[in-house]
Design a protein around this ligand. Sequence first.
Ligand code: FES
Length: 107
Amino acid sequence: MSTRLCALADLTPGTALRVELDEADVAVVRVGDEVFAIEDVCSHADYPLSDGEVTDCTIECELHGSRFDLRSGKPTGPPATRPVAVYETSVIDGAVYADLNAPKEEN
Ligand code: FES
């Protein structure tokens, strides 16, 4: 079942929007025409990724600089070594949805 995350218009390219839900906290990022939803908890030390910087399809954790691929959740720069969950998104009538019970990548 898909959960509404935000309005597409709420997203500013280059920054992540933190969405707090019962199921999970999610960082939502728009890159061009694509929208990514990634678990908003850095796998290194449980810090919100949404506070970090977005470059292309990468989000960098503000605390110690780990980088994660928004498409896969896999770490692409240390110190994190474990992936974070990413969710399939869809945009319907100007709103962003994701199935938070079916992450594309498990920790
Ligand atoms: S908490 Fe994210 S890199 Fe350390």
